[in-house]
Design a protein around this ligand. Structure first.
Ligand SMILES: C[S@@+](CC[C@H](N)C(=O)[O-])C[C@H]1O[C@@H](n2cnc3c(N)ncnc32)[C@H](O)[C@@H]1O
Length: 316
């Protein structure tokens, strides 16, 4: 299950009002990337810079760190965090780009690089996105039904829900959300939108809850968790982006370079596993998962799977 349902307070219990995002499997990511001075590292999903803060000092002043995110808003805290990390640790040259990870060659070209030595992809959404009701990712607080990671993208979740066919909606909720009541939920959405547009997060969450049988409404996770996850993945074409991002990583990595991917969804993990087998010498026969100490501090880590491979000489 993706992190959307385990949202809750992500301020680490510190009482801060500013949402923070705890980087998942941080020690493990840093270790498996085998970071050394002078490397060129692409973080394709830099977010607010949780992993990046550890990478930048590790590659030293001769290193180059390139961070990308589809969300321009999240690059603001990333910039501040990385300036600090670079100053403290005599860290790498840092450049941040509002681009999808599938466009990493553009980011590298913009700073005069053609190749990189390491690529990290940490998929899904950041707690900083989930915790802002105005971004529309969460059913925990009312907000516009947006869910776009890139606010300049044309279609919000509300737009998508207004036009998608019942069949495609049901299939999406079933496949991307692994939701067994997908057909009932799709039917309820289509019936509701005939009467009134579905434009608020809590409106959708209530509707999904009401569409489920009574015995399925309790439980550890909110009944709308899976449906929200599926709609978010569809609106942002997350599986398409993953395929394109993996291809871009192999095209940009120098032979012998390393690709590490953190996924939170079984379909994504399957895509990553097969891709790595085809293009890399796999370093993680089984995916690396979180240790109990991390699970205690960060519920998002529960479904995380880390895979890493070394790009084959002849991969293309
Ligand atoms: C799980 S968060 C990354 C958190 C980051 N590693 C950290 O520790 O702070 C995922 C981030 O990737 C971004 N993202 C998702 N899909 C993307 C894509 N295709 N290209 C670029 N960024 C993407 C999201 O906007 C989000 O900020």
């Amino acid at each position: 299950m993706d992190e959307t349902g385990t949202n809750g307070s992500s301020d680490g219990g510190r009482g801060s009002r500013q949402p923070v995002h705890l980087p998942v499997l941080l020690r493990e990511v840093v270790a498996i990337l085998d970071l050394r001075e002078g490397l060129v590292v692409v973080d394709g999903t830099v977010g607010a810079g949780g992993h990046a803060r550890a990478i930048v000092p590790a590659i030293g002043p001769s290193g180059v760190f390139v961070g990308l995110d589809r969300d321009s808003e999240i690059l603001v805290p990333a910039r501040a965090a990385l300036a600090e990390a670079a100053a403290v640790g005599a860290g790498a040259r840092v450049s941040l780009h509002h681009l999808a990870h599938s466009q990493m060659h553009e980011a590298l070209a913009a700073i005069g690089q053609s190749r990189c030595d390491r690529v990290l992809l940490d998929l899904g959404v950041s707690s900083m996105q989930l915790d802002r009701p105005e971004r529309g990712f969460s059913f925990m607080a009312d907000g516009p039904l947006d869910m776009r990671m890139d606010a300049s993208a044309p279609n919000s979740a509300a737009d998508w829900l207004a036009s998608v066919s019942e069949q495609v909606l049901a299939d999406t909720i079933y496949q991307l959300g692994e939701e067994r009541y997908s057909r009932r939920i799709a039917r309820a959405i289509v019936e509701t939108r005939r009467r009134t547009p579905i434009v608020r997060t809590t409106q959708l969450a209530d509707l999904v809850r009401a569409a489920m049988p009574g015995h399925a409404r309790g439980g550890r996770i909110h009944p709308a968790t899976r449906t929200f996850q599926a709609i978010r993945m569809a609106v942002n074409d997350e599986l398409g982006e993953l395929e394109r991002g993996l291809q871009a990583a192999i095209a940009c990595l120098a032979p012998g370079g390393r690709l590490a991917v953190l996924s939170f969804h079984s379909i994504e993990d399957r895509v990553v596993k097969h891709f790595m087998r085809a293009h890399c010498h796999v370093l993680t026969k089984k995916p690396i998962t979180a240790m109990p100490d991390e699970l205690r501090d960060n519920p998002r880590a529960r479904s995380a799977k880390l895979r890493c491979g070394v790009r084959k000489e002849d991969a293309a």
